[in-house]
Design a protein around this ligand. Structure first.
Ligand code: GTP
Ligand code: MG
Length: 378
């Protein structure tokens, strides 16, 4: 990543693919650094040029200032929060990349070590192979020979594979959001965090305690509701979650709430029952209000790594998820699963849980995330 105060010029290539672009640019600019966003076929690719621009090819447009794209984060509270929250992931896996990147030549052994580390870091096989292939292409194109020259390329390749989540647009009032996930993943705590965040944005929030499977689950949400001053619609333990959902939506309409967040069960007698119940809750929300639920978010426990991806597929089939909230990143060494969630599930990561209290929820920030896991060799 860029050092603060370095002379920067950013060029935008609007129509070329990242690969074509890379080979084009390296024949014109040396040395240059590439920072790409959305590496899909038609993506915009941003080049950061730290030395003087030597030539200006026609299809490159200069944009200033560069700070919108790569905000300096070194003294920023948010960055520090991410950096602290990702300490385990960084120390256990990504931070060890620095050990491989000595002054030796790039060798087969280095590629094997990197591949093993990415897999261990829960990037998933697909992402791991993709990153390694891109790095090998860059080594070829940029003529890198020493392993320490790879650090920048690794940072850029990883950052470019994380996307900024779409902004939350509340088109309906109330906007009804189902919060799903396996038991213990962090649903109820995340609901409290979301409630606090929306409240602080001036929105009127209501909670629905549709996890009726355990009495303690209802109590837990009610305690959060009291603490935050958010009304909680609840039924009896072992009552019908559909009925609670219906009452929550109706109550949100009557109270003119902006957002209704509905907590759902993570554990039932069987996986089949769980998914059938979720589908029912989904249907009932639609009966109470046309178009509801407007979003279904899956809370994933970042400490469970790749297993959580299979669970997510089952939830996605049942209730068509709109996004993921990655909880417990702070107690996980497996933050690398963020890459697999985007690549293998194709779902945006909307928020990240970085602690147990109500304020420990951040909108997912790819740059802060990449800097947080790679801080040791940036
Ligand atoms: N460190 C940390 N702990 C978290 C985070 N989110 C949730 N937790 C903790 O994880 C545990 C389970 O959280 P819950 O919110 O009860 O999980 P749940 O999915 O509602 O669980 P069930 O209702 O049993 O299905 C609690 O001890 C939370 O405090 C987080 O972002 N960081
Ligand atoms: Mg719960």
């Amino acid at each position: 990543m860029l050092g603060v105060g370095e002379k920067q010029t950013i060029c935008r290539v609007a129509t070329l693919t990242a690969r074509v672009y890379q080979s084009a640019i390296f024949s014109i600019y040396q040395p240059s650094r590439i920072f790409s966003i959305n590496r899909d076929k038609t993506s915009e690719v941003f080049v950061v040029q730290t030395s003087e621009v030597l030539a200006s090819p026609q299809n490159i447009e200069m944009i200033h200032p560069p700070h919108d794209i790569i905000p300096p984060m070194e003294n920023n509270n948010i960055f520090n929060k991410w950096k602290d929250g990702l300490a385990r992931t960084r120390k256990t896996t990504f931070g060890r990349i620095a050990n491989f990147l000595g002054t030796s030549d790039i060798s087969d052994e280095l590629w094997e070590n990197l591949e093993a580390l990415f897999i261990q870091a829960d990037l998933g096989m697909e992402t791991t192979l993709d990153v390694i292939q891109s790095l090998q292409e860059r080594v070829h194109l940029e003529g890198l020979t020493r392993s320490d020259e790879l650090a920048q390329a690794i940072t850029e390749e990883l950052s470019s594979r994380l996307n900024t989540p779409p902004p939350l647009v509340l088109r309906e009032r109330p906007t009804v959001i189902l919060i799903a996930g396996v038991n213990g993943s962090g649903k109820t705590t995340t609901m409290a965090k979301l409630g606090k965040r929306f409240q602080s944005e001036g929105k009127k929030v209501i909670f629905g305690a549709a996890d009726t499977y355990r009495a303690a689950a209802i109590d837990q949400l009610q305690i959060w509701g009291e603490r935050l001053g958010i009304p909680v619609i609840a039924g009896q333990p072992n009552g019908d979650p559909g009925a609670v959902t219906f009452d929550t939506v109706k109550s949100a309409i009557a109270r003119k709430a902006d957002i209704a967040l509905i907590d759902t069960a993570g554990r039932l007698h069987t996986r089949f029952n769980l998914m059938e119940e979720l589908k029912k809750v989904h249907r009932v929300a639609g009966k109470a209000l046309d178009g509801a639920p407007h979003a279904s978010w899956l809370v994933m426990d970042a400490t469970t790594g790749q297993n959580a991806l299979h669970q997510a597929e089952a939830f996605n089939e049942a209730i068509a998820l709109d996004g993921v909230i990655l909880a417990k990143l702070d107690s996980s060494a497996r933050g690398g699963m963020a890459f697999a969630i985007q690549k293998e599930l194709g779902l945006p990561i909307l928020y990240a849980g970085l602690g147990e209290s109500a304020q420990d929820l951040e909108v997912f920030n790819p740059q802060a995330f990449a800097r947080g896991i790679l801080a040791d060799f940036l």
